[in-house]
Every structure is written in structure tokens, then in C-alpha cells.
Design a protein around this ligand. Structure first.
Ligand SMILES: [Zn+2]
Length: 440
């Protein structure tokens, strides 16, 4: 199949009249200054597929339900726990399928799902110990998105000056008992065509120092396996970690051998200067989740300083109160402007790289419009009320999810004319979410 784009963002920059030849799910060739003859014309400007490096699919059911009150991160978490208690593999499948379909509609071609909803309420095991993970695998297949299932070790219910607390109440279904049983369950989760398995420690609140090292070892045992962790999203995590360990969360992770090029730290909002130097020196990727961080009142992370120190940048929709890669990408720059009282804090190329680089998700052959890469593309309209008149080179500052016209994932058409091939995604979401609230 051959496609023609009047504008396309290639590794060399924005090019004109680009012919993209797709064969067996990959680009056989990508050629600028070509002819549209014999090719299907794509509208607007064509970008690589977006990589969503951090999602909790089930949080999508909280959108527009928990956002108006005067609560804080910790009371929001109580609401999230109540929702988590109501899901089983069937309802999790329906919710994740609809949520992943919304991501594809917005131009996302791979999602890293940070998965900790492992077991049945109370912590008892399903017959298949990975029934909830398998629901995510099926959801991704149905939605036409590639999945990195980032299985998160979650063993403790919190941290304060006296140490870690045991899991309790809704948290019980997150835990495997100990790190060995977590690792054994992850080992029984096979990768498949559209799914890879990554691992995570939920946070320094949920995983003790020695177990952090064990989780890092599970990642290191498999070539290219991503290793993720929530880091310093809230000041209270830093205060508890300092009170108990006498070290910041970053120092603790470094000491446990957790930091390196395969590592992605999510949020990294409240850091010391020495934390920033350590993360940069270790070449970790920082995954910012700007729409979530603003919704939860987390704060603005030192993204420019982390980038300057040597960190790669990635983006995540996290709680999925917003699913819009364009909004996340420009928020990196906009939040920097607010914090620094200065424009032009991050190069445009760094914003598009954060949006499209698939390395943190473990798919190094995706996210580029070039010969040999996986044939993912996103055609963004330039004639919508939002994008009309904009320079195609700056479309990230103008477009939103609703401007995505066509999405290809591994050469397959997932979205055409702004519609997902699965059907009406709004209806799918409503059908998945409404029963969860009726039951409460
Ligand atoms: Zn998260």
C-alpha cells in the first residue's frame, strides 16, 4: 500500500510531498518530493505514531467525576481505590478496550499500561493469576494499539517515618505477597505479537529498598525490558523517604541499582539539584504527565533541567482525565514558561520526540517515518477550526485529539476519517463506565 502526504515529519524534519510505501506492516520506503500517482492521499500533516509512556486505563472512569472538589491527591486516591474495588476481568476488559480505543483516536500507537490491579478484591487469586493482565492484552488487540504491559510490584500500603505499612482494604488486590511471587507471576506472562512485558516498582512508598533491587534485577534479566517507577510526585513521598531512610527517593533508587538507560521515572516533580544530576548522569527517561499533574495539584517538574542534565523525555496520559498527546506535548513547554517566566524553554523537536519516541516503551523500531520502521502514522487535519491557518511545522501547538483523521498501526488502518474502525468510541466508553457508577 502506498500513501502520499503533502507534509510529513521525517527524522530529517518536515518534508514536502512524501510517499510512504508500506509492506508487511513496515515502511519499505519513505521518500520526499515524490508524486501522488497511485498512492492514497492522506490529509493535512503526517506525524509518527504517538507513544503513551504511562497510563492507568481504569482511571478513565474517574474523568468528570472527581475533578471539581477541593480534595487533594490523597483523597482523590481514596476515590480511585473505591473504583478499583469494583472491577473484575470482564469489566476491566470493557473499560480498557474503550480507553485504548480513545487513545488510538487521538493518534497513540503504543501504550505502556502501568498495571497493578492484579488480583481479586481482598487479594485472592483468579484461576489464571494474570487474568487482569490478560484482559489488558485483549483490550489492546481489540482497540488496535500495541501494548507494553508494565507489571508493577506493589507490596506495601505506604511509608512514614517508622517504615512501610502493610497493604490494607482496596490495596490488597494490588499485592503478590513478596517480590519472588510477583516475579514468578510476571515470568508466566508471555509476550505476544502486539504486546511486550515491562516491569515496575510502583514507588518507594510501595516497595522496600531491597525489593527495589530485586525488581531491577528482573528487568535486567531480559534484554531491552523497560523498568518504570513513580518518582517524587508529591512532597509527602520525599518527606517520608527522608524521615525513614535519610535519603531522597532518587537517592534510594540509585542505591538500589534501579537507575539506568532502561529506566523510566514517572513524574519526577519534586527533586533536589543532586537528584537531577543523578537522573541525568544515569541517562534515565523522565515521563511527564502534565494534564494529570495539573489536575492533581502535583506541581511543575524541572523538565528543562532534567533534559539539560541528560534525561530523555516521554509523555503519559496517566489518569486519563485527558487523552490528547498534543496537549501533553505542548504542556511541557507551557508549564516551563509559567515556571521560568520565559518562552522557548524546549526545542520543538524535543516536544515531538517526547510525543513519538517509543524507546521508553521498549519498541525501538517504532515512532519514526523511515524505511524499516513499523508502519505507524498519524494524519492531522490542517483545515479544522483549531488548525486552519497554522504552519504545519508548528501543528503540535495548534492541534488536538479531535484533529486526527487517519491512524495506521503496524500498517493496519485503525482510524479513518476521524472514526475508529472498532465503532463509536463514545458509546463504548459509556457502556463500560456507566455500570461502574450505577453499582456504587
Ligand atoms: Zn501513574
Amino acid at each position: 500500500m502506498k500513501y502520499f502526504a503533502a507534509y510529513a515529519l521525517l527524522p530529517s524534519g518536515l518534508e514536502r510531498d512524501v510517499v510512504l510505501d508500506v509492506l508487511d506492516g513496515r515502511f519499505a520506503s519513505v521518500t520526499p518530493d515524490g508524486s501522488p500517482d497511485g498512492a492514497a492521499r492522506l490529509p493535512g500533516v503526517v506525524l509518527p505514531g504517538s507513544a503513551n509512556a504511562h497510563s492507568h486505563a481504569f482511571h478513565r472512569a474517574l474523568r468528570g467525576r472527581t475533578q471539581s472538589g477541593a480534595d487533594n491527591f490523597w483523597t482523590w486516591r481514596d476515590g480511585m481505590y473505591a473504583l478499583a474495588s469494583s472491577l473484575d476481568p470482564d469489566s476491566y476488559l470493557a473499560l480498557a478496550r474503550a480507553t485504548f480505543a480513545e487513545m488510538v483516536l487521538a493518534g497513540t500507537t503504543t501504550v505502556a499500561e502501568f498495571h497493578y490491579l492484579h488480583h481479586a478484591p481482598g487479594g485472592s487469586r483468579y484461576v489464571d493469576e494474570n487474568a487482569m493482565g490478560e484482559a489488558l492484552r485483549q483490550a489492546a488487540v481489540d482497540a488496535g494499539i500495541r501494548l507494553t504491559l508494565v507489571d508493577a510490584c506493589y507490596l506495601a500500603g505506604g511509608l512514614d517515618a517508622s517504615g512501610h505499612r502493610p497493604l490494607e482494604g482496596p490495596q490488597l488486590r494490588f499485592g503478590d505477597g513478596d517480590v519472588e511471587r510477583w516475579a514468578a507471576r510476571v515470568a508466566s506472562l508471555p509476550p505476544s505479537d502486539g504486546m511486550r512485558v515491562g516491569v515496575a516498582a510502583h514507588s518507594v512508598r510501595a516497595v522496600r529498598h531491597d525489593d527495589l533491587a530485586a525488581v531491577a534485577a528482573v528487568a535486567a534479566a531480559v534484554d531491552g525490558r523497560p523498568l518504570h517507577v513513580h518518582l517524587s510526585e508529591q512532597p509527602a513521598e520525599n518527606e517520608a523517604c527522608l524521615a525513614f531512610y535519610g535519603r531522597t527517593p532518587t537517592e534510594l533508587l540509585d542505591d538500589a541499582g534501579f537507575l539506568g538507560p532502561r529506566t523510566t521515572v514517572v513524574h519526577a516533580t519534586h527533586l533536589t539539584g543532586s537528584d537531577i544530576a543523578s537522573l541525568g548522569g544515569s541517562r534515565v527517561t523522565v515521563c511527564a504527565c502534565p494534564t494529570t499533574e495539573r489536575d492533581l495539584g502535583d506541581g511543575i517538574g524541572p523538565i528543562r533541567a532534567l533534559h539539560d542534565a541528560g534525561c530523555g523525555l516521554a509523555l503519559g496520559s496517566d489518569q486519563n482525565a485527558v487523552i490528547d498527546p498534543f496537549e501533553e506535548a505542548r504542556a511541557l513547554e507551557m508549564d516551563e514558561r509559567l515556571a521560568a517566566l520565559q518562552r522557548g524553554r524546549l526545542p520543538l523537536a524535543s516536544l515531538t520526540a517526547a510525543m513519538t519516541d517509543h524507546a521508553a516503551l521498549g519498541w525501538c523500531d517504532a515512532g519514526r517515518l523511515e524505511a524499516g520502521a513499523r508502519a505507524d502514522l498519524v494524519a492531522v487535519r490542517l483545515d479544522s477550526p483549531r488548525t486552519a491557518g497554522c504552519d504545519p511545522a508548528e501543528v503540535v501547538f495548534a492541534a488536538g485529539a479531535a484533529d486526527v483523521d487517519t491512524v495506521l498501526v503496524d500498517g493496519r488502518v485503525a482510524v479513518e476519517g476521524g472514526h475508529h474502525v472498532i465503532g463509536d468510541v463514545g458509546r463504548l466508553l459509556d457502556a463500560a463506565i456507566a455500570p461502574l457508577w450505577r453499582a456504587r
